[in-house]
Design a protein. Structure first.
Length: 69
């Protein structure tokens, strides 16, 4: 069973949200290394985008299950 659902709008949104999550974590690390507290905002953005990624992956999985049976 593949980890990601077949291509479609939900999968694309999930991958985009995952990319935003990874980039925001990297930005938070850079901000904290430089001594800036703006990293807190990047951490919050990472949390929101990771939740969006899980939501869209789950949504795509449920849609695939509805279509198959």
């Amino acid at each position: 069973m593949p980890l990601l659902p077949p291509s479609g709008p939900a999968r694309r949104l999930a991958l985009m949200a995952l990319a935003v999550c990874v980039l925001s974590v990297a930005a938070a690390v850079v901000a904290f290394v430089q001594g800036s507290f703006v990293g807190i905002v990047w951490i919050l953005l990472a949390g929101i985008s990771s939740n969006m990624a899980w939501f869209y992956l789950r949504r795509a999985k449920l849609q695939r299950a509805e279509q198959s049976g």
